[in-house]
Ligand binder design. Structure first.
Ligand SMILES: NC(=O)c1ccc[n+]([C@@H]2O[C@H](COP(=O)([O-])OP(=O)(O)OC[C@H]3O[C@@H](n4cnc5c(N)ncnc54)[C@H](O)[C@@H]3O)[C@@H](O)[C@H]2O)c1
Length: 254
């Protein structure tokens, strides 16, 4: 799929990996809807990006918001891509000091990371399916963001790993389902990346994570995530799979 003159939605686009994807898509000549809860961060980003990017407030768990974002995108031209980056992290042990793992935490993480990804996917795929195909016959591409925690969840990550495992598991059925509409679906499973999500961890934990990466022995850069998004969008043979982007990191139990 060409990026130039096509319209893309980036959920969670106000920060971190999503913001890097927004910048890349704008640099490549695309038009981008930043769909996020964080208005201030999104406004700052779109001011930086210029008129090719605009902000539409969105909670990815809301059906109404998903429809509003898809509609806004279609006003700008044919919707050709969705990059699902919205996500939340949670760390909680199953057996706590005073109480078991809160069900509420588990439900919140599944709701945003898994159900939110599916909600945006279903609504945007419907919009893409109704568009005319591009020159190469392709109608659209969906890029999801899982995590290597889908494969090696750490202690305290039962909810997060389950949510990302769900994203990995639904990638192939979504790709198979949408193949008849010429829409692809590919998931990226990042290792540890330098974003506001990780900066909430203690600096020792961040350093420990960076040291565990075999090569390069550092945290990933959001621009490297965006580079992978660009490859997926542009390479029509990438479909129905999950790509690890982790410098060979295999997460340890803690
Ligand atoms: N940073 C990492 O090391 C890392 C590793 C693996 C996977 N990931 C995944 O990458 C994605 C992006 O993470 P990040 O590191 O850029 O984090 P981030 O916190 O910088 O960005 C996440 C964005 O998602 C938005 N968001 C959260 N809940 C939302 C909702 N309900 N509706 C709309 N927007 C919502 C936030 O406002 C924020 O702008 C997440 O799905 C995360 O799980 C990150």
């Amino acid at each position: 799929m060409h990026i130039r003159d096509n319209v893309f939605i980036v959920s969670g686009g106000a920060s971190g990996l999503g913001a890097a994807a927004v910048r890349m898509l704008v640099e490549e000549g695309g038009r981008v809807i930043v769909a996020d809860l964080q208005q201030e961060a999104a406004q700052a980003l779109i001011e930086d990006c210029g008129p090719a990017a605009r902000y539409v407030p969105c909670d990815v768990t809301s059906e109404l918001d998903a429809h509003a974002v898809a509609q806004a995108a279609q006003e700008d031209g044919p919707l050709r891509g969705l990059v699902n980056c919205a996500g939340v992290l949670a760390a909680e042990r199953i057996v706590g000091r005073d109480h078991p793992h809160l069900l509420e935490t588990f439900e919140r993480v599944i709701r945003v990371n898994l159900i939110g990804t599916f909600n945006m996917t279903r609504v945007c795929a419907q919009a893409m399916a109704h568009g005319a195909p591009a020159d190469d016959g392709e109608r659209g591409v969906i890029v999801n963001t899982a995590s290597i925690a889908a494969f090696e969840g750490q202690i305290g990550q039962a909810a997060y790993a389950a949510s990302k495992g769900g994203v990995v598991a639904m990638t192939l059925p979504i790709a198979r389902d949408l193949a008849r509409h010429a829409i692809r679906c590919v998931t990226i499973a990042p290792g540890s990346f330098e974003t506001p999500m990780l900066s909430n961890l203690k600096s020792e934990s961040q350093q420990a994570l960076a040291m565990q990466v075999p090569f390069p022995a550092r945290l990933g850069r959001p621009s490297e995530f965006a580079q992978m998004v660009r490859s997926i969008v542009q390479n029509v043979m990438l479909n129905g799979t999950t790509i690890r982007l982790d410098g060979a990191l295999r997460l340890q139990p803690k």
